[in-house]
Design a protein around this ligand. Structure first.
Ligand code: SAM
Ligand code: SF4
Length: 336
């Protein structure tokens, strides 16, 4: 329950979902996400764990009910478990309905059980291939067995698992059915994500790896009976049911589908920049108000002023073979 007037944007959308990136660092270097040699932010620029707690608590006080922690790789942030354990009080009070994270899975063998104890019930794990060699190629630094062990640990801790697969032309097209069947067998939810024009990759490279999800869906429909589902989560995901396996599959198609009308989310980067839209440059600095005063009224005012500027939608567009609305920031910066 919020203690103040809830956050409503100019298009009457209530803001109930906050995604927070807690670090720009990562133990992988996925080719579509990061350059191999990244320059990371100086530690002093990052919000401290205490500042992250204050920030999330302020948003929860303003009606945010779902909090997703992301990065970079959130589980490489030192002391991050303390932050999760702190957020448990908002779950216990009922103000926060869901505390969750998106992870590459590499650290889950260590963290799955304590995360479950902190009140996490579901976890999104990114996994683009089930082939050892291809996994090493796409993540550059990652190793598949480590992630599979993390997934096992998450299952053992009782966490519900959703596998996120970035659809990459010529890379995991041949694994569409094997990945789908693996998820069905293992009882994992599955979502395919269309690759987005983030970071400074060349236009040719982007278009080369772009595998539109409508093509992927058509490929699935050759093998399975698909039924579109009306489910909406306020985000870009659309869902289908596979009759043969009973699975619900998600498609995140920010480039080919307009989802903005029901957008209920905002994002905060690890330096405290509040992005009101993933696909727009406009942002508000929340680190300055956090550091200027211990009085949360200043922070709250900055949040309200920013939400009043939330744009109607994004400008991503791959049509006519060009990448319009390309964003210069990396996904690991804004938080996927
Ligand atoms: N490190 C964690 C992980 O990989 O799950 C969390 C952060 S990562 C930036 C969040 C999600 O964004 C991952 O599922 C990743 O595959 C996805 N992602 C990264 N770059 C992307 C891009 N250019 N287009 C689409 N999805 C991307
Ligand atoms: Fe790291 Fe996730 Fe980006 Fe891969 S997608 S480099 S795991 S932040």
């Amino acid at each position: 329950m919020s203690t103040h007037a809830p956050l409503i944007d100019p298009f009457a959308r209530p803001i109930q979902y906050l995604r927070v990136s807690v670090t720009d660092r990562c133990d992988f270097r996925c080719t579509y996400c990061m350059a191999e040699h990244m320059t990371f932010l100086p530690k002093k620029d990052l919000l401290s764990l205490e500042e992250l707690d204050r920030l999330c608590t302020a948003f929860i006080g303003l009606g945010v009910e779902k909090l997703r922690i992301t990065g970079g790789e959130p589980l490489v942030r030192k002391g991050i478990l303390t932050f999760f354990q702190g957020m448990r009080r908002h779950l216990d009070s009922g103000a926060l309905k869901e505390l969750t994270l998106t992870t590459n899975g590499s650290q889950l063998a260590k963290f799955a059980a304590p995360l479950a104890e902190a009140g996490v019930r579901r976890v999104n794990i990114s996994l683009d291939t089930l082939d050892d060699a291809k996994f090493a190629t796409i993540t550059r630094w990652g190793r598949l067995p480590q992630v599979l062990a993390g997934i096992e640990a998450a299952r053992a801790a009782g966490l519900k698992i959703k596998i996120n697969v970035v659809a990459l032309k010529g890379f995991n097209e041949d694994e569409l059915i094997p990945i789908t069947e693996w998820c069905a067998r293992e009882g994992h939810d599955l979502t395919f994500i269309e690759v987005m024009p983030m970071g400074e990759m060349s236009e040719e490279a982007r278009l080369d790896q772009y595998w539109p999800l409508k093509d992927l869906r058509a490929r699935l429909a050759e093998v399975y009976t698909l039924t579109d589902l009306p489910d909406r989560t306020g985000g870009p995901a659309r869902y289908v049911r596979i009759a043969e396996t009973g699975q619900r599959i998600g498609f995140i198609t920010p480039l080919t589908h307009n989802f903005c009308e029901s957008c209920n989310r905002v994002r905060v980067t690890c330096t405290g920049e509040l992005f009101m839209c993933l696909g727009q440059e406009d942002m508000a600095d929340l680190r300055a108000p956090l550091r200027a005063s211990t009085d949360d009224a200043v922070l709250e005012q900055a949040i309200r002023a920013a939400i009043a500027r939330k744009p109607k939608g994004h400008d991503f567009d791959y049509s006519r073979q060009r990448v319009a609305g390309q964003m210069s920031r990396h996904m690991s910066h804004t938080g996927g």
